[in-house]
Design a protein around this ligand. Structure first.
Ligand SMILES: Nc1ncnc2c1ncn2[C@@H]1O[C@H](COP(=O)(O)OP(=O)(O)O)[C@@H](O)[C@H]1O
Ligand SMILES: [Mg+2]
Length: 441
C-alpha cells in the first residue's frame, strides 16, 4: 500500500468511498451474473417453445410438403424436415425417424441441432430442427442485453456515492477552515447549530477548550497590564529622584554615571508605557470610533518628528498626500503611524530619507512609509510584529514592542499591515504599507 492509499484508508471519506465502491461493484457483478444466467435459460426455453409452436403448425396435413422446407425463419434457422411414414432417405433422416416424439439434442448434416419429433395422426413423421450454435448465439445476445442497465447503473452509482460522500463531509472541512482562519488572539466560538449531529460533541468540547483559553489569555493580559501599571509609579518616582540629583554639585565622573542612570530610567519608563499600551490594546481595544483624517494626523506627526530627523540630516517628507479618512480611534491610529515613522527614522542612517505616502486605493485608505535603512532580513519579515522581537542584531533603545502595538491597532481597525524590503535602483530600505477601510467622504 503506498502512502496515498494509506492516507485514504485513514480518512473516513476514503474508507466510506472504498467500502461503498466495493459493495456497488460486487452487487453489480453478482446481480449481472444472475441476470445473465436467468435471461440465458429463459431465451433457450423461449426458443424451445418456438419449435413446439412451429411443430403444432406443421401438424396440419395441408402444410405437409413432399420435400423438406427450410428457412421458415431465416434468422433463427428453424427448418421442418418431412420424415415420411417409415425410415427413408439419408442416414441422418433415418436416425431422426428413430427418435421418440418430443425434444432432443442431436446432430443433423454434421452439425449439433435441437430437434422436435412429431407424428401426425396419419402416421407420417416430421422433425423441426434448429442449429444449436444459432440458439446459443441468440440466447447469448438476449442475455447480454439484460446486462446493459446494470452496466450503465454502476458508474452512475459510483458517481453519486462520491458526490454524496463529498457533500456530507463538507461541513467538517468548513469547520476546519474556520478554525484555521481564526486569529490566535481572537478565538471565537465555533457555530454548533447547523453542524451535523455527529460533530456536535466535538464542537462542544472544542468550544469549551476555546473558552478556557480565552479566560486564561484574559487573565494573562490583565496581569501584564496590572504589572506595568503598578511598576509605573515607582519608576516615575525613581526618575524624579534622579532628576533631583542632577541639581546637586558632583564630580564629572559621578555625573556621567548619573546620566547613564537617567537614560536607563527613561528606557524603562518607555518599555512600561509600551507594555501598558500593548496590554490595553489586547484587553480592551478602544471602543472610540470617530472619523479620522489620516493626512492631517500624518502631517502632525511629521512636523513633530522633523527636528529629530533634521538633527540627523534625514530628509523626512511626503511623496504623495491625498485627503483620506478612516473610522477608528484617533489616539490609537496616531500612535500606530507615529511608531512606524519613528522606526523609519531610527533605522535610517544619517543623510538618508523617509518618505510617506497617503492615498486612497480600491476603497482603502493607504499609508505607506518608506525609508533608506537596511530593511529587515527576509526570514524576519513575518516575525517583526511579534512582541519583543528585535531582529538578529538588536540596536538602539527599543524593546521590540512597537510593531506589535501597531499590528494590534491595525487589526482592530480591520486593516492590514505589510512589511517589505525595497531593493534595486541603487536603494534599499523598508516599506511598510498599512491599509484601512476608507471612511465615506
Ligand atoms: N524601518 C525599519 N528598518 C529596519 N528594521 C526595522 C524597521 N522597523 C522595525 N525594524 C526591525 O523590527 C524590530 C521591531 O520593531 P519594533 O517593534 O518597533 O521594536 P523596537 O523599535 O522597539 O526595536 C526592530 O528591532 C528592527 O529590528
Ligand atoms: Mg519601534
Amino acid at each position: 500500500m503506498d502512502g496515498g492509499s494509506f492516507a485514504m484508508m485513514r480518512s473516513l471519506r476514503g474508507r466510506l468511498f472504498v467500502g461503498l465502491t466495493a459493495i456497488i461493484l460486487l452487487t453489480g457483478a453478482v446481480g449481472g451474473a444472475l441476470a445473465y444466467r436467468w435471461a440465458y435459460s429463459e431465451a433457450i426455453e423461449t426458443q424451445d417453445s418456438v419449435l413446439i409452436q412451429i411443430g403444432s403448425f406443421a401438424m396440419s396435413a395441408s402444410i405437409r410438403q413432399s420435400r423438406p422446407v427450410t428457412g421458415i425463419d431465416a434468422e433463427a434457422e428453424v427448418a421442418v424436415v418431412e420424415l415420411g411414414e417409415a425410415p427413408r432417405g439419408s442416414a441422418d433422416d433415418q436416425r431422426l425417424w428413430g427418435l421418440k416424439d418430443g425434444l432432443h439434442n442431436d446432430v443433423y448434416h454434421g452439425q449439433p441441432v435441437r430437434v422436435l419429433l412429431r407424428t401426425r395422426p396419419d402416421a407420417s413423421r416430421f422433425a423441426v430442427t434448429q442449429r444449436t450454435e444459432i440458439r446459443t448465439e441468440i440466447a447469448g445476445d438476449m442475455a447480454v442485453r439484460t446486462l446493459l442497465p446494470i452496466a450503465a447503473l454502476v458508474p452512475c452509482l459510483l458517481l453519486m456515492t462520491a458526490f454524496v460522500i463529498a457533500r456530507s463531509f463538507r461541513p467538517m472541512l468548513h469547520l476546519a477552515g474556520d478554525l484555521d482562519a481564526s486569529r490566535v488572539d481572537d478565538i471565537g466560538e465555533l457555530p454548533v447549530t447547523g453542524a451535523p449531529s455527529e460533530l456536535q460533541p466535538f464542537l462542544g468540547s472544542i468550544n469549551g477548550l476555546l473558552g478556557r483559553m480565552r479566560v486564561m489569555m484574559d487573565q494573562q493580559r490583565r496581569f501584564i497590564a496590572d504589572a506595568a501599571h503598578e511598576l509605573r509609579t515607582p519608576v516615575t518616582a525613581l526618575s524624579l529622584q534622579a532628576e533631583n540629583l542632577a541639581s546637586v554639585d558632583m564630580p564629572a565622573e559621578t555625573r556621567d554615571r548619573l546620566d547613564a542612570l537617567k537614560s536607563g530610567m527613561r528606557r524603562t519608563k518607555h518599555l512600561l508605557e509600551q507594555l501598558l499600551a500593548l496590554a490595553r490594546q489586547d484587553a480592551a481595544p478602544s471602543p472610540v470610533s470617530a472619523r479620522v483624517e489620516l493626512d492631517k494626523i500624518a502631517k502632525g506627526i511629521v512636523s513633530d518628528l522633523l527636528p529629530e530627523a533634521a538633527a540627523r540630516n534625514i530628509d523626512l517628507g511626503f511623496a504623495v498626500v491625498e485627503a483620506v479618512a478612516v473610522n477608528g480611534d484617533p489616539l490609537s491610529l496616531m500612535s500606530a503611524i507615529r511608531n512606524l515613522v519613528e522606526n523609519a527614522i531610527k533605522f535610517t542612517p544619517n543623510g538618508g530619507a523617509v518618505d510617506l505616502g497617503i492615498y486612497r486605493e480600491d476603497g482603502m485608505s493607504v499609508i505607506q512609509i518608506e525609508d533608506t535603512g537596511p530593511g529587515i532580513p527576509p526570514q524576519d519579515l513575518a516575525r517583526v510584529s511579534e512582541p519583543f522581537f528585535r531582529g538578529g542584531e538588536p540596536s538602539g533603545e527599543g524593546a521590540g514592542l512597537g510593531l506589535s502595538i501597531v499590528k494590534r491597532i491595525v487589526d482592530h481597525a480591520t486593516g492590514s499591515v505589510l512589511f517589505e524590503n525595497v531593493a534595486g535602483a541603487g536603494r534599499s530600505g523598508l516599506r511598510v504599507t498599512v491599509r484601512l477601510p476608507a471612511a465615506d467622504r
